[in-house]
Write a protein that binds this ligand. Structure first.
Ligand code: AMP
Ligand code: MG
Length: 408
C-alpha cells in the first residue's frame, strides 16, 4: 500500500490503513443497491451499476488509418498501379480488383482483397493517373483491424467504474444512449460548535466562521453525492439528539468538530445512547480523533474540526468510504515517490500529511503546518506523506498524493 517504507509502530494509536480497512469493510456491507437509468450525457461523476459489455466489434470493419491507397502487398513490383475505386469514410467499398489499388481516406473501410494502406506521401501519381509506390509495404500497414478497440462480448467497463468524460466517450462509441448508475449517496453534513457562525453575518466575540460546511458540501457534490446541509449544531445534547433525529433518509451523517475527547462531545453521547460509537485515535496528523458509529441505524462519521484535519481525514478516510458505498473498487488515491525538498529531523508517532507542492521535481512543504491553517492547502498541490517513526534528509523519497487525486 505504501511505496516508501513500512508503517511504523504507533503505540495505542490506530494506523491509517487499519482504520481505512475497517471503514471500507463497513462500506462494503452497506453498498447502495438502488440504481437509476440515465441518458449518457447525464452520467458524468456517477458510478456504473452494471458491467458494460460490448455488443459490437469496434471498429466494425478494418479501416484506413491514413489518407492514401489500399492495395495488396503482393501486387507491388515498383511498377505503377491503376486506381480502381475511391473510398471515403461512410462508404461501402467494392472488393479490390487484383493488380489495382484504391484511393482511400482515413476511417474508410478497407476493401476486401487489400492488405495494406500506403500513405499518400509515399505515392507518386503518374501522368496517366496510375500511382507508383516508392517503397515496399508490410501486410496490415496503416490498417486499423476490426475489433482493435473491443470485440462482441468483451467486458469494457466493470460495474463500479466512476464515469467521466472518457468513459462516456467509450460508451457512446459502443452505441449506448443510456446507462444504469448507482443511486447517489445521500450525505447529511453537520458542523458542530457553539463558536461557529455562517459567513455573511457579523462576527461576534468568540465566534469564527464555519469553513468546513462549504468545504465538505462542495467536495461531496464533486464526488457525486447528494448533499443534505444539516447546518450548525450547537454544543448541546438535547439539540444534538433532536437534529440527528430529523435526518431521515440519509446514507451517512458526516459531522465535523466535537470529537476531540473534550467535554463538548455531544455527538458521541447521542450515538452511545441511540446507536453505537467507536472512537478511534488515529496515527494521523493532522487528524487523530475520528468517530465512527450509527445513530438509529444510520452510519455516522465524525471528523475532527480543525480545517486542515477535516481536509486530510476526509480525503484519506471518508472519501474512500463514500466511494466504496457506491461500489467503487479503486478508492485510494494514486501516490508516487518524489525526493523531499526538506529535512524532517524529528520522527513523529503519527503519519504526517504535510501540505506541499512540487518544485524542480522535489516536494516542498508549506511553512505553517498547523491543523488550523487551511491556506497550507490552497498553497499546496498535494499531501506529502511522512511515515510514523521516520526522519528524513533532503533528497530522501517521500510519497506525494496530488490534491487533484482526492478532490474529485
Ligand atoms: P473541535 O473538534 O470541535 O474541538 O474543533 C477543533 C477546532 O476546529 C476548534 O478550533 C474549532 O473552533 C475548529 N472548528 C470546528 N469546526 C469548525 C468549522 N466547521 N469551521 C471552522 N473551524 C472549525
Ligand atoms: Mg467543537
Amino acid at each position: 500500500m505504501n511505496p516508501v517504507g513500512k508503517p511504523g509502530k504507533a503505540g495505542s494509536l490506530m494506523a491509517v490503513e487499519v482504520a481505512l480497512a475497517r471503514l471500507l469493510e463497513m462500506a462494503e456491507a452497506s453498498t447502495i443497491g438502488e440504481r437509476e437509468r440515465l441518458p449518457l450525457a447525464q452520467v458524468e461523476g456517477r458510478i456504473l451499476a452494471d458491467d458494460l459489455v460490448s455488443t459490437l466489434d469496434l471498429p466494425p470493419w478494418p479501416n484506413s488509418a491514413m489518407d492514401g491507397y489500399a492495395l495488396r502487398v503482393a501486387d507491388w513490383t515498383g511498377e505503377p498501379l491503376m486506381v480502381s475505386q475511391k473510398i471515403f469514410a461512410g462508404q461501402v467499398p467494392e472488393p479490390l480488383k487484383p493488380g489495382t489499388c484504391a484511393r482511400i481516406f482515413t476511417g474508410a473501410p478497407v476493401p476486401a482483397g487489400a492488405d495494406c494502406v500506403e500513405m499518400q506521401e509515399n505515392a507518386e501519381v503518374q501522368a496517366d493517373e496510375r500511382v507508383r509506390f516508392i517503397e515496399a509495404m508490410a501486410p496490415g500497414q496503416n490498417i486499423r483491424p476490426q475489433g482493435q478497440e473491443t470485440t462482441v462480448g468483451e467486458l469494457v467497463l466493470p460495474a463500479g467504474t466512476r464515469l467521466g468524460p472518457i468513459e462516456q466517450g467509450l460508451a457512446a462509441s459502443l452505441g449506448c444512449a443510456e446507462l444504469n448508475v448507482v443511486r447517489k449517496v445521500r450525505v447529511a453534513v453537520l458542523s458542530t460548535g457553539d463558536e461557529l457562525i455562517e459567513p455573511g453575518q457579523p462576527l461576534g466575540p468568540g465566534q469564527i466562521y464555519n469553513s468546513n460546511r462549504v468545504l465538505l458540501c462542495s467536495w461531496l457534490q464533486r464526488l457525486g453525492c447528494e448533499v443534505i446541509d444539516a447546518g450548525i449544531l450547537p454544543d448541546d445534547l438535547a439539540a444534538t439528539r433532536a437534529r440527528l433525529g430529523e435526518l431521515k433518509d440519509v446514507d451517512l451523517i458526516l459531522s465535523t468538530g466535537g470529537v476531540s475527547v473534550g467535554e463538548a462531545d455531544f455527538l458521541g453521547i447521542a450515538l452511545r445512547e441511540e446507536g453505537e460509537l467507536t472512537l478511534w485515535k488515529l496515527a494521523i496528523k493532522p487528524g487523530k480523533p475520528l468517530t465512527f458509529g450509527h445513530f438509529r441505524g444510520v452510519p455516522v462519521i465524525g471528523l475532527p474540526g480543525n480545517p486542515a484535519s477535516t481536509l486530510v481525514t476526509f480525503a484519506l478516510l471518508a472519501r474512500p468510504y463514500l466511494l466504496r458505498r457506491q461500489g467503487v473498487k479503486e478508492v485510494e488515491p494514486l501516490k508516487f515517490q518524489v525526493p523531499a525538498g526538506f529535512d524532517w529531523p524529528k520522527a513523529g508517532n503519527r503519519r504526517e500529511y504535510l501540505r506541499g507542492r512540487l518544485e524542480n521535481g522535489r516536494a516542498i512543504i508549506y511553512k505553517n503546518q498547523s491543523s488550523g491553517v487551511l491556506r497550507s492547502a490552497t498553497w499546496a498541490d498535494g499531501l506529502v506523506e511522512v511515515l510514523e517513526d521516520r526522519t528524513l534528509i533532503e533528497g530522501d523519497d517521500v510519497n506525494f498524493i496530488p490534491l487533484s487525486e482526492v478532490l474529485s
